[in-house]
Design a protein around this ligand. Sequence first.
Ligand SMILES: NC(=O)c1ccc[n+]([C@@H]2O[C@H](COP(=O)([O-])OP(=O)(O)OC[C@H]3O[C@@H](n4cnc5c(N)ncnc54)[C@H](OP(=O)(O)O)[C@@H]3O)[C@@H](O)[C@H]2O)c1
Length: 327
Amino acid sequence: MTAIRKRTLGNTEIRISPIGLGCWQFSNGNGLVGKFWPDMEQSAINKVVRESLDGGINWFDTAEVYGKGNSERALNDALDAVQKEDEEALIATKWWPAFRRSSSIINTFEERRIALGGRHVDLHQVHQPFSFSSPADEMHAMADLMDEGKIGSAGVSNFNLKQMKEAHETLQERGYGLASNQVKYSLLDRRIEENGILDYAKEQNITIIAYSPLEQGILSGKYHRNPDLVKKIQGPRKLAPNFRPKGMKRTEPLITLMRRLAEDYDVSPTQIALNWLIHQHGDTVVAIPGASKTHHATENIRTMQFELSSTDLFALDQMAKRVVEKQ
Ligand SMILES: NC(=O)c1ccc[n+]([C@@H]2O[C@H](COP(=O)([O-])OP(=O)(O)OC[C@H]3O[C@@H](n4cnc5c(N)ncnc54)[C@H](OP(=O)(O)O)[C@@H]3O)[C@@H](O)[C@H]2O)c1
């Protein structure tokens, strides 16, 4: 296997592969968040995790809210099954802030640790901005955990520019800096390019962790190739605009270009979508595709073994922008 060049995670010394594994798919839970993806057997999860590690992925993104700890537990069980130590498999998890105060970051940390089988939390993130406490209070709680060596770094998710600045400045006062803002970003979702988040991240050396980088499967091109597959999707995903016939028609020109580039590079359209993400903005953006099958992981990790030319990055960028403008 080609050695993967790791990147520094934001304002930390942690080194991560440009692709991490999104573990929402391991939720096996209740409710909209827990049941969004079909249940996966632990044996299937073990295979996805093993394949990801073998392919050079060295970090995993999970969260308290993914099946109320089920995803964290399944990830730990899989890492035990493949006998990986803490330093070989870095863990990013998230605290769920709704109807809670920042003190709950500290109070719930032991639960996170137990769910993760005592493994080290390398990155702890605030999942979204809606809580009874300010970003500053939340970051003081994160800094307390860092002071005690309980977590390696602090990040946020779904924070707007103002909230992200407040978080970063608070951590700086405590002698740290913000590691990351995890936001939705893909060829088909360009909002962070317009709202100042991407520029601020570049300027302050904060990593952007792109979630839903495949637009939940649409950018694989498989639903365009066989629209009947949409009917087989379990859960609310098929109701999203991108999965409706109008949305698929709108994105068809982009998928056609991705297929052509995929042939040129002897890769798949999925790899083209992910490669654009991890190379369009230097080292700033990393991506966490989720995988419900082992072959998804196999395919997604190969993204780290080639690089689109600047001409092709530009062509994709422009085509995707035209498609997004038609929304
Ligand atoms: N912070 C947040 O608020 C937030 C929100 C959402 C997600 N996330 C994180 O981001 C991760 C990824 O986002 P996501 O799960 O929403 O979407 P995604 O990564 O864009 O899509 C994942 C889905 O795409 C399909 N897929 C993956 N690889 C494929 C391949 N090579 N070929 C064909 N299909 C493929 C699979 O679904 P099918 O096979 O069923 O099509 C898979 O479950 C999550 O696991 C989670 O860790 C965070």
